[in-house]
Design a protein around this ligand. Structure first.
Ligand SMILES: Nc1nc2c(ncn2[C@@H]2O[C@H](COP(=O)(O)OP(=O)(O)OP(=O)(O)O)[C@@H](O)[C@H]2O)c(=O)[nH]1
Ligand SMILES: [Mg+2]
Length: 191
């Protein structure tokens, strides 16, 4: 019998920062940046198969992870409560070329990570570059809330392997969280 869990990872951050491009790279639907910008309407859900190193009775070595690519447009804020539900991990994306977004990220943290009591280990930051950048830089600095959260300078062209490998690592923590979530739910149902 296979153990059915549904790990869920959401990708959030301001508009036009590369969330959809990152989601497509992770899901294997595109290896290149999109030529034109098409804003995400509300949310787009993709399923990604990941190899897992987590061992649990009944859990195979392949798990389907839901990746929710969320629009950065606050006009869709009404749907955020539903989006947050059962989230196991968060990828924050901002535009590294826009310093004002570093300050904005604390707001995204308060709006998503705090209400979910998300562990730092289940969060990840991609400071996305929409133009070529010089790789030897210090880590990005999106603000105090992110001090213990793994943060990387990224772009689809220059760091595709980093994006994929950090996503894979995050998946393992999301799987552990989803297993705990399932166990809590089963205990709750049994009373
Ligand atoms: N060259 C290059 N362009 C990028 C990269 N990431 C994003 N872009 C460009 O930036 C624009 C916005 O990218 P999206 O991925 O659609 O942005 P988003 O964060 O999903 O935006 P919303 O859906 O509105 O929240 C597009 O025109 C992309 O082609 C990148 O790594 N390299
Ligand atoms: Mg998008």
């Amino acid at each position: 019998m296979s153990l059915k869990i549904h790990p869920k990872i959401i990708i959030i951050g301001p508009c036009r920062t590369g969330k959809t491009n990152i989601a497509n790279l992770i899901a294997g639907t595109s290896e290149h940046p999109s030529e034109s910008y098409e804003k995400t309407v509300g949310v787009r859900i993709q399923e990604v198969i990941t190899q897992t190193t987590v061992s649990a009775p009944g859990l195979g070595n392949k798990v389907y992870v839901e990746v929710w690519d969320v629009s950065g447009d606050r006009a869709f804020e009404g749907g955020w409560k539903a989006i947050q539900q059962d989230t196991d991990a968060i990828i924050f994306v901002y535009n590294a070329e826009d310093r004002s977004q570093e300050r904005e990220m604390e707001w995204w943290y308060r709006s998503f990570a705090m209400p979910l009591s998300m562990k730092d280990s289940n969060c990840l930051v991609f400071a996305q570059h929409l133009h070529p950048f010089d790789p030897p830089m210090g880590p990005p600095t999106p603000g105090k809330a992110f001090q213990r959260i793994p943060s990387f300078h990224t772009s689809i062209e220059q760091t595709p392997d980093l994006i994929k490998s950090e996503f894979e690592k995050l998946c393992q923590n999301a799987i552990i969280n989803a297993l705990d979530r399932k166990e809590r739910e089963e205990k709750r149902l049994l009373g």
